[in-house]
Unconditional design. Structure first.
Length: 319
């Protein structure tokens, strides 16, 4: 039977990739989903929020004696506990919602940055990558990081096309600060953004000030808390920076980078091999940047190459 003329193959391929994406994440999800310490904490806070006790504080970074993030993840999760009358299956509905948003958001952004084929290939690899599958099925604040990175790329591209539009700069600032308050390691994207914008020569005073305004707004709950509690959280944050800086370790980046590589290689690697891959990726990124004509790919590849080296040094210093 012949297909009708004008049949949209792109939509069919998108649905097939979506089916694969959802299958690997949600097949027997009731038996696989985690409800551990983090999820219990989030559920308790959601219960308090639904009872009318709003919070200014979010999850803590690295244990009970470290600083707090803003509470945005709690408020993101709360509607799902409301819908399920505080039943733990709320996290499954949240994960389904998040993954669907991530899938279609990624498709739209990558289609604009590259093309449909690239978006399909990326989503297919993401669908079957075991590290991505594991990360996408844990309901805790770092789960939103991939979606934030995708939005980050889209905003950089918008600034590259129109650096005079204030809203683009505002979105960049608020995206970075919101991201930091979901997972602190998003602070590395601030570094990547600065490198990208400097290389592309798109930095201007109005844009910087607009981004700073957007960046500052997301920290308002923490500022309000600090004003009420003698800047407790700020003191904890400064102590964190001081303590981590005093315990620098040259190889502290290795577990993070090894975890990244294991998603592709499916094997454990030695420190020397990880170091080789780190510099190999940086060199490849420089070579790609040199041959690229498309502005976004050119500047993003070059800034990524520089960023990899800063990532290495940053972890070596701060652990």
């Amino acid at each position: 039977m012949k297909l009708k003329e004008g049949f949209n193959w792109s939509n069919l391929i998108l649905l097939i990739v979506l089916a694969i994406f959802l299958f690997f994440r949600f097949y027997q999800i009731n038996q696989r989903v985690q409800f551990d310490w983090d999820q219990e904490r989030d559920a308790q806070v959601a219960k308090e929020i639904l009872s009318g006790h709003l919070t200014l504080l979010g999850p803590r970074v690295l244990g009970p004696d470290k600083f707090f993030l803003a509470p945005y993840f709690y408020y993101l999760l709360t509607p799902f506990y409301w819908l399920t009358n505080l039943h733990p299956r709320a996290i499954i509905y949240f994960l389904l919602f998040y993954n669907l948003v991530f899938f279609f958001l990624t498709y739209q952004v990558l289609k604009k940055l590259f093309n449909r084929q690239t978006a399909f290939i990326f989503l297919l690899f993401w669908s079957i990558n075991k590290a991505a599958i594991a990360a996408d099925t844990i309901a805790w604040n770092p789960v939103v990081v991939p979606a934030l990175v995708i939005v980050f790329l889209g905003i950089l591209n918008r600034i590259l096309k129109d650096s005079q539009k204030k809203s683009n700069w505002f979105y960049l600032g608020i995206l970075l600060s919101m991201g930091i308050n979901f997972h602190f390691q998003i602070i590395f994207l601030v570094v990547l953004a600065v490198i990208f914008l400097l290389l592309s020569k798109k930095v201007n005073l109005k844009g910087f000030l607009t981004s700073f305004l957007g960046f500052s707004l997301s920290f308002f709950p923490l500022l309000l808390f600090d004003l009420r509690h003698n800047f407790l959280n700020t003191k904890l944050f400064l102590q964190f920076l001081k303590d981590r800086g005093e315990r620098g370790d040259f190889w502290s980046w290795w577990p993070v980078f090894q975890n990244f590589l294991s998603g592709f290689l499916a094997i454990d690697i030695s420190k020397i091999v990880a170091l080789f891959f780190l510099f190999f990726f940086s060199i490849i990124a420089f070579l790609i940047a040199k041959k690229q004509k498309a502005p976004f790919l050119k500047y993003f590849s070059a800034s990524s190459a520089i960023f990899l080296l800063i990532f290495f040094l940053g972890f070596a210093i701060y652990g």
